[in-house]
Design a protein around this ligand. Structure first.
Ligand code: MLT
Length: 207
């Protein structure tokens, strides 16, 4: 199978040194979904927002799944490589600094961002993972993951077990990532608290 291009939106902040938020939507979303949310991070960032290349009964996703929370890991590997290849090309085309790329992913989008952290540890300059799940069932720590990672999970999220989240966060830490994990008293949907915490974390590190 060959890599396909992604549907995307790119908005330049007009400053080549600016960080670029890589927006990755949840299942059934598209490249428009997280634009408003990204505006909460200020207008000094470039935005690159992708639409997942997989369709599940018409719902865009970033990779295939076999059931709820059961991922097609071969497809996930392929789609992660496809995304990294595409984003690298867009960085060259649009002239943003790929070293200042910070993923902002929700749910399915957070999961391909997580897969990128393990498969391509030098690629992202940071990641904000909102309601993430461990992308691969069997996962070993990698080396070279030294960038900051922020994650929020919900204590009543029916899609994610808290003990699995703890293992996943530990794997990120063992890979060298500087992890900030916040557990919120909520479910799978995002709340204002997610945003407040993520924006504060981002401004401390990327301004
Ligand atoms: C996934 O499939 O990536 C997770 O189950 C989250 C979701 O998109 O529902």
């Amino acid at each position: 199978m060959e890599f396909q291009p992604f549907q995307y939106i790119y908005k330049s902040a007009g400053n080549p040194a600016a960080p670029t938020l890589l927006l990755l939507h949840g299942t059934g979303g598209d490249e428009n979904d997280l634009i408003e949310l990204a505006a909460r991070f200020g207008n000094q960032n470039n935005l690159l927002s992708l639409r997942g290349n997989v369709s599940e009964h018409g719902m865009p996703r970033f990779f295939k799944r076999l059931g709820m929370g059961v991922f097609d890991e071969e497809d996930l590997k392929f789609r992660t490589d496809e995304l990294v290849d595409f984003v690298g090309k867009i960085a060259a085309q649009e002239g943003f600094d790929p070293k200042k790329l910070v993923a902002l992913g929700y749910s399915n989008g957070a999961n391909i961002a997580g897969s990128t952290l393990f498969m391509h540890p030098g690629f992202l300059g940071g990641a904000i993972l909102l309601r993430p799940m461990q992308p691969f069932k069997v996962l070993e720590p990698v080396s070279g993951g030294h960038v900051p990672v922020f994650a929020t999970t919900g204590t009543t999220d029916p899609t994610i077990r808290q003990s699995d989240t703890k293992k996943y966060m530990d794997l990120l830490k063992k890979s060298g990532y500087a992890v900030t994990h916040q557990e919120l008293q909520t479910g799978h949907n995002l709340t204002q608290e997610d945003l407040h915490l993520a924006v504060a974390w981002f401004h401390e590190r990327f301004k």
